[in-house]
Each structure stands twice: as structure tokens, then as C-alpha cells.
Design a protein around this ligand. Structure first.
Ligand code: UD1
Length: 382
């Protein structure tokens, strides 16, 4: 059997690494399996892409599509055209797509129109918010993929409600957590002080930071938060209101956020906040190290939510809703929905600071999801 997997952005690398390891283990057991890796290059900076290949010992992609940045139509259309040529050359039995980025949807549609079977890992999650590009990608992918592998049981219900049959789906658990467990078991996590000195965007003020203070870890990259001058400005004002607190705020910058901060002229306002360190985009192990030690996290990332839940770090979701409800306090997790950088942030933040660390693993978030994905794919009746 020939399996062709697609990656495009930072979270995809985290999801595909354990799947490739599962394929290698299956081969060692004697199963004849060919694997082809395609990188669309939606993320292309070293610290958004190549650094992750090195960190996870991922094989060099067999194909680079060099799509890069652009509007959604630009990325979707160009991905389809370039991916079609790969499929013509490779003729795989299965295409595997992960997550909810533009390549997930574009490659799924391309393969299905060429009568090639598609498996979607992380199927069925729904935010209910169709203004999010990811929600459109999820709905389109899940409406036509042949094998839908879900991270939780709620996602199975979502798929059934949308008319998919039970025999087209399986609950396999969360593949992101396979990577988390693997890294915790095999790699030494870096010290916070080392991360700050290596990744700080302004090294001149570093000596004034006290890395023994309780850490508040921040990541923001959703267009709904960072493309809005008003919302981003409001968040920076809120951070400034905390500049006297005995807390160390560590904000790791996504390129989209960094670009907007410069464009909106917010750089000086940020520099004036004494207890805030801005970092460039971090590696996986660096992110994990800060997550593990943070008093709390403020984020609009889905993957970080899941990792915080498993590590027990209290977090606030800076969005109106989440497609990952299994990570919330109401379900035994550690997260609370705080909304899109609104007025309630301060009250929720103060409450979260007093919350204890409480690691929580939803069912089948056990580090063995990739094996179950491959078992489903290799089922003889498919
Ligand atoms: C994409 C995904 C999002 C995912 C996120 C993870 C879609 C619709 N969105 O959003 O679901 O959570 O990745 O990070 O697929 N840029 C660089 N260097 C890079 C990549 C991007 O500078 O290597 C800058 C460019 O200015 C680009 C902007 O970041 O225009 C946004 O990148 P893009 O890939 O379009 O979307 P993300 O916001 O990263």
C-alpha cells in the first residue's frame, strides 16, 4: 500500500511525526508500506517549518509545493494545482490529511476528484463559527473524506449529525498528545532563562527580567484577534495595566501577529511594559517547557489548549468558542473561554491565577493514537 501524507503549517508537523513513526514500526513488523511526504510550504520560515523537521527527526519531504503566503484563494488554488501533479506522478492508495488548515481541505478535494481515498486525522471537531477559515476547511474535508478519525467522542456525534455513517469514522484519540508524550520521554526540556536569552526579540533589556516570577504565557495568532487593530490594542492596554504585578509575561510571536504589531504602530507601547518579554516563534520543546512551568496561559491556539490540558496548566481561551471542549474545566480540563479579548478578561485572569495545576487526559489521549490511525487505515474491508 502507498500512503501519501500532507503537511503545510506548524501544527501539522506535530501531528504527522507520530504517524510516520507508526508507519516505520509497521514496516519493521514486515508490512509492505510505501510512504510519501508532501509539504505545501504554507509555513516556510526556518522557525515555523525546518526547525520542527529537525526537532521531530522528520524525513525530508519528498515534494515541496512552495505555496507560501497569500489570500485563501491563492493558497487553496495553487495547492490544488501543485498537488494534482504529485498525485498524477505518485498514484497513492490513500492520501492522509491532518487538522484544519488550507492544505487539509485543498488536498482532500483534489484527491477525491481523482478518485483517491482520503483519511482525515482530527476529523469532526467543530467550533460552530463559520467565520473561521478553519471551520470551513473542517466541514468541507469531513463531508467528502473516506475515513474520519476523531480525537474525541463528541466529534463522532458531530459527524453523525452531519450525515456521515458510523462505518466511515473511528474514535482514535488525540495525535498531538503522542508527540507531547514522545518529547517528554525522549528529550530534555530547556531552561526558561536559556529560552529567554536565545529567543528574546529585544536582548538589551533581558537582565532586568526575573525568571523566578510566576509566568503568564501568551500566544495569539487568530485573524479575529490579531488582524483587528482595536482588539490587539485593547489587549496591549490590558497587559500594560498589569505592568506592576509580580508576574512575568512571556509572549511568543506568530509572524502574522508580529507583522500587525508593526503595521498598527504598537511596538513602543509594548516596549514600555516592564514585565513583558517578547519572543520570536518558539520550537516545540521550548513551548512545552514554558507551558509546563507557567502559572497560566492566555491563548487562541487549539493545539496549545490541548497540551495545557494534559500538562495541567490553567488557561484562558481568547476566543468566543472552542472546537476543543474536552479541554475545558466543565469537562474536567483546565481551560475557560474568556471571549475575544473583552472586558471580562481581568476577572477571569485573576481567578485563573489562583487555580492549581491539574493534569487531565480525556479518553484515548494516551500517546498511542497514531498506531490506532494506522490500524484503521490498514483494515482489509476499507
Ligand atoms: C495557519 C492556519 C491556522 C493555524 C496556523 C498555525 C489556515 C487557514 N490557517 O494560520 O489554522 O492555526 O497556521 O500557525 O490554514 N508567515 C511568515 N512566515 C511563515 C508563515 C507565515 O512570515 O513561515 C506570515 C505571512 O505574513 C503570512 C502570515 O504569517 O501572510 C499568516 O500565515 P498563514 O499561513 O496564511 O496563516 P496562519 O495565520 O499562520
Amino acid at each position: 500500500m502507498k500512503i501519501l501524507s500532507v503537511v503545510a503549517t506548524r501544527p501539522n508537523f506535530i501531528k504527522i511525526a507520530p504517524f510516520i513513526r507508526a508507519i516505520e514500526a509497521e514496516r519493521r513488523r514486515g508490512t509492505v508500506l510505501e510512504h510519501v511526504l508532501v509539504h505545501t510550504d504554507q509555513h516556510y520560515d526556518n522557525n515555523m517549518s525546518a526547525a520542527f523537521f529537525a526537532e521531530f527527526d522528520l524525513p525530508e519531504p519528498d515534494y515541496h509545493l512552495n505555496i507560501g503566503s497569500g489570500s485563501h484563494a491563492f493558497q487553496d488554488g495553487n495547492t490544488m494545482l501543485a498537488f494534482e501533479s504529485v498525485l498524477v506522478a505518485e498514484k497513492p492508495d490513500w492520501v492522509v490529511v491532518v487538522g484544519d488548515v488550507n492544505a487539509t481541505m485543498a488536498c482532500c478535494i483534489t484527491a477525491k476528484k481523482m478518485q483517491i481515498r482520503v483519511c482525515h486525522i482530527e476529523a469532526g471537531i467543530r467550533s460552530g463559527d463559520r467565520t473561521m477559515p478553519e471551520e470551513i476547511n473542517r466541514i468541507l474535508t469531513d463531508s467528502i473524506a473516506d475515513l474520519l478519525l476523531t480525537p474525541d467522542e463528541l466529534s463522532l456525534e458531530n459527524l453523525k449529525r452531519e450525515g456521515r455513517n458510523s462505518n466511515e469514522m473511528a474514535f482514535v484519540g488525540n495525535i498531538m498528545i503522542d508527540t507531547l508524550d514522545f518529547i517528554v520521554q525522549h528529550k530534555k526540556l530547556p531552561e526558561i532563562s536559556g529560552i529567554l536569552s536565545q529567543k528574546s526579540l529585544d536582548k538589551s533589556g533581558l537582565s532586568s527580567f526575573d525568571s523566578s516570577l510566576p509566568i503568564v504565557f501568551i500566544t495569539l495568532h487568530r485573524p479575529s484577534n490579531v488582524d483587528s487593530q482595536e482588539k490587539l490594542g485593547k489587549f496591549i492596554d490590558w497587559l500594560a495595566s498589569k505592568s506592576e504585578s509580580q508576574l512575568l509575561f512571556i509572549w511568543t510571536m506568530h509572524p502574522r501577529t508580529m507583522r500587525n504589531i508593526a503595521q498598527f504602530g504598537f511596538e513602543n507601547r509594548l516596549k514600555q511594559i516592564q514585565n513583558l518579554v517578547l519572543l520570536e516563534a518558539l520550537s516545540y520543546t521550548e513551548t512545552l517547557a514554558i507551558n509546563q512551568q507557567a502559572r497560566c496561559i492566555l491563548t487562541d491556539s487549539g493545539g496549545l489548549q490541548e497540551e495545557a490540558c494534559v500538562l495541567g496548566t490553567p488557561f484562558l481561551v481568547l476566543r468566543e468558542q472552542t472546537e476543543r471542549p474536552a479541554t475545558l474545566v466543565s469537562e474536567g480540563g483546565t481551560g475557560i473561554i474568556a471571549g475575544n479579548i473583552g472586558n471580562e478578561l481581568d476577572t477571569l485572569f485573576e481567578a485563573t491565577l489562583t487555580q492549581k495545576r491539574r493534569p487531565h487526559r480525556p479518553p484515548l489521549w494516551d500517546g498511542k493514537t497514531a498506531e490506532r490511525c494506522l490500524t484503521q487505515l490498514l483494515k482489509p474491508n476499507l
